[in-house]
Design a protein around this ligand. Structure first.
Ligand code: AMP
Length: 446
């Protein structure tokens, strides 16, 4: 390659950036929500809380047949209309990067006959979702959700659980002031009546609404209530709400759900005009809102979807679920300075003096690691003083120094990095010495 060619290639490489609406998570970053340790801490807290409630993890593919989302989420939703990453593979199958987790979980539930398992089946998932939205702070094209589904029960206790679990997860991230907006959309008996009343009321109003709302009115009038435009919202007080049409069973279901939430003093309020972006919800719907996040303040949401399993070809199966936006939780926690974080640090930094000790240092580090002790060492040919500085910077608990003298005597000089105390330990016993102090898993065989 000519010099100019190489320079051109370098310039091209420089210009490569991640796709719009995506971001990298790094071990270190000024913003906590872009640090991998914060993600790990949130995931660990989420898993722990979900395990306590009896949920087990399900991992579904990142892509699915497009038809699953068309049938599952609803043709008239924004997600299916304009936000899906859909493509044809080389075998000419239409595939879509998953925009949400519920439809894939229901697909797996049916495909693997989980309806034959003891009910209810409690599952959770965690991972990236893809939506072609207009990116802004808190809105990404690759977003990350932690969600759970409880399939096979119509008990209001399940609805209450689904509100309480995400609240607990948010609290573990330091979001103490998350509030829940709660509503019921009614069931197959009362919802169509409400829908019709809404359509009628909207008929007089539709010309005053935004273009998107006029389209929603045509396709699915319920979605109009989800519009965030102030120009549209100021008319909404004239529209009927689902609560005007709830049947007795829906009324009782909501009351029973609320009774559990009241007992546990969950911070919720009823919001008569809350609807959600996906079509499959019936009865309970809710949203978790974090203060101080600006326009994108919803950190999670969910609800009951009693018709979805049947809609996707299964037996009638009541179900309820939630999804938390992990990106937004960490952003909110970052603003509060409360983002939890896991920062792995070496337990032992193996330092050496001189080329002969180098080989022993490498072997000692490898043996310590094989024995379950987190060990680090220098890879840049630094002198002892700079190695010890590096050990400090990385937060090592101990330094194990191998110099000429130690090499000759078959020892290692172990320095406690907190107290500065030093001790000479025989080299063949050093792994056991650390194992005893650090609670290592298994012997190092050194
Ligand atoms: P949904 O699946 O639409 O019910 O969304 C559940 C949660 O995912 C929302 O409350 C947000 O916290 C989060 N979320 C949805 N869309 C995005 C997005 N484009 N970027 C970041 N987070 C999102």
């Amino acid at each position: 390659m000519t010099r100019e060619g190489a320079a051109d290639a370098a310039a091209r490489v420089q210009h490569l950036t991640g796709p719009r609406g995506t971001f990298d998570v790094l071990p270190e970053s000024a913003e906590a929500w872009r640090r991998s340790g914060a993600w790990q801490a949130l995931e660990a807290a989420g898993r722990e809380i979900l395990h306590l409630h009896g949920y087990r993890e399900i991992r579904t593919p990142i892509f699915e047949h497009t038809e699953l989302f068309q049938r599952g989420i609803g043709e008239a939703t924004d997600v299916v209309q304009k936000e899906m990453y859909t493509f044809q593979d080389r075998g000419e199958r239409w595939l879509t990067l998953r925009p949400e987790g519920t439809a894939p979980v229901v697909r797996a539930y049916l495909e693997h006959h989980l309806h034959a398992w003891p009910q209810p089946v409690k599952l959770y998932y965690l991972g990236p979702m893809f939506r072609y939205e207009r990116p802004q702070a808190g809105r990404y094209r690759q977003l990350h959700q932690l969600g759970a589904e409880l399939l096979g029960s119509a008990d209001p206790a399940a609805d209450a659980e689904m509100v309480l679990i995400p609240l607990q997860i948010c609290r573990r991230a330091g979001l103490d002031r998350v509030r829940v907006r709660l509503n019921s959309l009614g069931c197959t008996a009362c919802r169509p009546v409400f829908r019709e009343a809404l359509r009628e009321a909207l008929a007089d109003l539709v010309d005053a609404l935004c273009e998107a709302c006029r389209e929603r009115y045509r396709r699915n009038p319920l979605r109009v209530l989800d519009c965030k435009e102030p120009g549209c919202r100021r008319h909404f007080h004239r529209l009927p709400a689902p609560s005007d049409y709830w049947c007795d069973a829906c009324r009782e279901h909501l009351a029973a759900t609320r009774a559990y939430l009241d007992e546990l003093q969950a911070p919720y309020e009823l919001d008569a005009r809350l609807v959600r972006g996906l079509d499959y919800y019936t009865r309970t719907v809710f949203e978790l809102v974090a203060e101080g996040l600006g326009a994108q303040d919803a950190v999670g949401g969910g609800g009951r979807y009693d018709g979805l399993v049947e809609q996707l070809g299964g037996p009638p199966t009541p179900a309820v679920g939630f999804a938390l936006g992990m990106d937004r939780i960490l952003m909110a926690a970052d603003r509060l300075g409360s983002a939890p974080e896991i920062r792995p640090a070496p337990e032992v930094y193996v330092a050496h003096v001189g080329p002969e000790a180098r080989r022993e240092a490498v072997l000692l580090a490898l043996r310590l690691r094989a024995g379950g002790v987190a060990a680090e060492l220098d890879y840049l040919g630094r002198g002892l003083a700079r190695q010890l500085k590096d050990a400090h910077r990385r937060g090592a608990r101990y330094a194990a120094v191998l110099g000429e003298e130690e090499l000759r005597a078959g020892t290692v000089r172990v320095r406690d990095m907190v107290t500065g105390q030093e001790e000479l330990v025989p080299r063949d016993g050093v792994a056991a010495w650390f194992g005893g102090r650090l609670g290592a898993r298994g012997g190092a065989g050194a």
